[in-house]
Design a protein around this ligand. Sequence first.
Ligand SMILES: Nc1ncnc2c1ncn2[C@@H]1O[C@H](COP(=O)(O)OP(=O)(O)OP(=O)(O)O)[C@@H](O)[C@H]1O
Length: 381
Amino acid sequence: MTRRDATKEEEQGSSAIVFEGVSKRYPDGTVAVEHLDLTLPAGELTVLVGPSGCGKTTTLRMINRLENPSEGRLMIGEQDVMRIDATRLRRRIGYVMQHSGLFPHHTIADNIATVPRLLGWNKKRRRERVDELIELVGLEPSLASRYPHQLSGGQQQRVGLARALAADPPILLMDEPFAAVDPIVRHRLQQEFLDLQRRVQKTIVMVTHDIDEAMKLGDRVAIFEPGGAVAQFDTPSRLLAAPASDFVIDFIGADRELRRLALKRLDSLTLDSGLTAPFDEVVSRARSYLQQAGSGGIVVLDSDHAPLGWLGWEQLKRAGDATRLDALDLQPWRHRLYLHDNLRTALNALISAPGEVVPVVNDEGHYVGVIDRLQLTRQLV
Ligand SMILES: Nc1ncnc2c1ncn2[C@@H]1O[C@H](COP(=O)(O)OP(=O)(O)OP(=O)(O)O)[C@@H](O)[C@H]1O
């Protein structure tokens, strides 16, 4: 393999991050991370959360080799990070810090273009990328020529994010990215960040000590406990429904959250209309609906407009173009959700649901929309 091929493979390769028995001991004997076994799936947002000093930041910084493990192995895709040149590794991993970490004497545009410049992109390409990113993170184009101290905290965080995304890295590390801004700005940045992640689908690892933020943003959440071990690593819904220990219950306040969910009914939410297809639709049409909507699956409805089952993208990909949907092996839901059901019932239904999506019906059993994990966890904060 030539060096060029190797670089290409690094850039395009699968970006799951795997910790295999990783520990970190600092020279003064502090054990920051204790025998970590963790697989952070490619394309997902994993949040590391826990009390202060339990090893979250150290864990994050081992991924881009700002710290090296004392024991164990850390893999990105098929590669051991210790075998990748640290500088090259960092160029394909975006890093967002708590206090944006911008260069004070560089303009916003120059800050954003830092990695593209190091990679030798020409001026025109850099300028186009800066314009694109400024729009992507929701900044005013006129800010490009300003300096960091002329921006608000929230704006600086947006620039930090744009800079981290500049060379389109497959992995993004974020260390308390929303901690230094006031609660209203934080809420808005979180919402926008969720939308952005849906579009860019990076493998993201984020550190926070705010459990509400973790539950709202994470596809998966690793709850660290003092001593640098992970108490539980799971989806937010499963953490709530099946906390693994008293420490987890205390930390997420599961009882409180579950009680709150039980008090709210589905008809108090604006349900997502979801992606549906009639039972007699053909596979090729359903595939194009999915592609247009960028969805992972579709709810198939019967002739009474009642949910019949779920079809995932993988199933549709394998099926013949002209096959009718009701001839396929539709995945049923174990629970039927009515508009008058509460959100705790919805949470239980979601855990076993195909595609982590459950249809909701009215009293007549007719489809009215879907509830998914994201909508539900939004209710928790
Ligand atoms: N360079 C270092 N030398 C010695 N000990 C360190 C060093 N960096 C961190 N530690 C210690 O390692 C432990 C884990 O620190 P780390 O910063 O990873 O925790 P954290 O969970 O991110 O904490 P916080 O939420 O307060 O940022 C702490 O006890 C910390 O004091």
